[in-house]
Design a protein around this ligand. Structure first.
Ligand code: UT7
Length: 326
């Protein structure tokens, strides 16, 4: 008797874009009252990329998407949907996803943006996975693209040193696979709307004043992050009848090395199985997970068949996880 197959969202391609301009901690220290030592010790960040004028959210998202399509061997006409996670869109509308659609020539797709701050990529995976399994599309681009340098308050040293710009994209394809075959095994999404005041942007195009700046109570976010991320990881493990030992790689949102290490310790995951790029990219919000995932796939650490757990937390608060077999 042939084995029963199930429809899954399989990661078929991945691409990234990082702005040309790299800004070191020492260069940040020329601009604000900080030091390389403080930033490195408290966050693990050593440098970040800052976008030039032409490197908009749509431009970077398109470049990352081109990479995802090329590695998947899929032409733009075959993309059914484009889901783009960002807090720094080119315009309030049309969505940045639709701009990306136009630049790619993905004429048979529909596109929309999602707003879930640093958890945006995980939210995008959750939505795309459900749509692929429901048969609403066969190939979906999920993109995280951010230009936080445009919303940073360079008079606030407590936040401006923490973020960077960049984009990452994956192409998810619906495939009928065996139980132990590849694909997204679970996604879990959460938010807590009583915590909107600890990480936010103090303005928007819908506000009477003006587009604003990022504001954060770092200590409060930190306190919630380790607990909520560890519980998100445990939730994913329990839902899949797994323990931390079964996970080949944890690819966390890259906000702060101390948060990443704290979650790893809580779960008993050795550092060698945790992908860290916060030192090179700083916190790129919705782009941080695909940027880290791409690096570990491209350098050969993440291999076909392995179990990879993604987790993120951000403004909202929003948080969640996605478990996938490569
Ligand atoms: O993407 C998801 C959202 N973001 C996060 O997950 C970030 C969560 N929070 C954090 O990562 C940390 O709370 C920070 C990195 C933001 C701050 O680290 P901390 O260890 O919590 O530092 P702190 O805010 O308690 O500040 C300690 C000291 C303060 O000086 P005093 O009051 O002790 O004299 C700050 O004024 O460090 C000072 N400080 C700085 N000094 C040099 C704050 N920012 C800087 C800076 N350079 N850039």
């Amino acid at each position: 008797m042939s084995e029963r197959l199930r429809r899954r969202a399989v990661l078929a391609g991945i691409g990234t874009y990082l702005p040309e301009k790299i800004v070191s901690n020492a260069e940040m220290a020329e601009r604000v009252d900080t030091s390389d030592e403080w930033i490195t010790e408290r966050t693990g960040i050593r440098q970040r990329h800052f976008a030039g004028r032409h490197e908009t959210c749509a431009f970077m998202g398109t470049e990352a998407a081109r990479g995802a399509l090329a590695t998947a061997g899929i032409v733009p006409e075959n993309v059914g949907a484009i889901i783009l996670a960002t807090s720094t869109p080119d315009q309030a509308f049309p969505s940045t996803a639709v701009h990306v659609q136009g630049m790619l020539g993905a004429k048979n797709a529909f596109g929309f943006d999602i707003s879930a701050a640093c958890s945006g990529f995980i939210y995008g995976l959750g939505i795309a996975e459900a749509m692929l399994r429901a048969g609403q599309a066969n190939h979906i681009l999920v993109i995280g693209s951010e230009v936080y340098s445009r919303i940073l308050n360079f008079a606030d040293r407590g936040t401006c040193v923490l973020f960077g710009d960049g984009a990452g994209a994956v192409l998810l394809s619906a495939r009928d696979v065996a139980e132990d075959g590849p694909g997204i095994l679970s996604t879990h999404l959460h938010s807590d709307g009583t915590l909107t005041d600890i990480l936010y942007v103090d303005g928007a195009v819908g506000q009477p004043d003006k587009p604003g700046h990022l504001v954060m109570n770092g200590r409060e976010v930190f306190r919630h992050a380790v607990t909520l991320l560890a519980s998100a990881v445990n939730e994913a493990l329990a839902a899949n009848d797994l323990t931390a030992k079964d996970i080949d790689w944890l690819v966390p949102h890259q906000a702060n090395r101390r948060i990443i290490d704290g979650v790893g310790r809580k779960l008993g995951l050795p550092q060698e199985r945790v992908v860290v790029t916060v030192d090179q990219h700083a916190n790129t919000s919705a782009a941080s997970i695909p940027l880290a995932l791409a690096q570990a796939i491209n350098d050969g650490r993440i291999k076909p068949g392995q179990l990879v757990l993604l987790e993120a937390l951000g403004g909202g608060l929003t948080w969640g996880s996605a478990l996938l077999r490569m």
